[in-house]
Design a protein around this ligand. Structure first.
Ligand SMILES: [Zn+2]
Length: 52
């Protein structure tokens, strides 16, 4: 199980319902050399964080 992200436990709340979305995956974007962390909320809303 790799649903245990060590550095992805950033305080993120769903912009729709305010709950805390579950971490799905992280994606490296070569074009910007940044990592996008994708979260999915129980309400179905997808949220993401972009970081270096
Ligand atoms: Zn939500």
């Amino acid at each position: 199980m790799e649903n245990q992200p060590s550095q992805a436990s950033i305080a993120l709340t769903c912009s729709d319902c305010g709950r805390r979305p579950k971490f799905v995956t992280s994606i490296l974007v070569p074009r910007t050399a940044r990592t996008i962390r994708l979260f999915t909320c129980e309400c179905g809303k997808r949220n993401w964080i972009e970081s270096e």
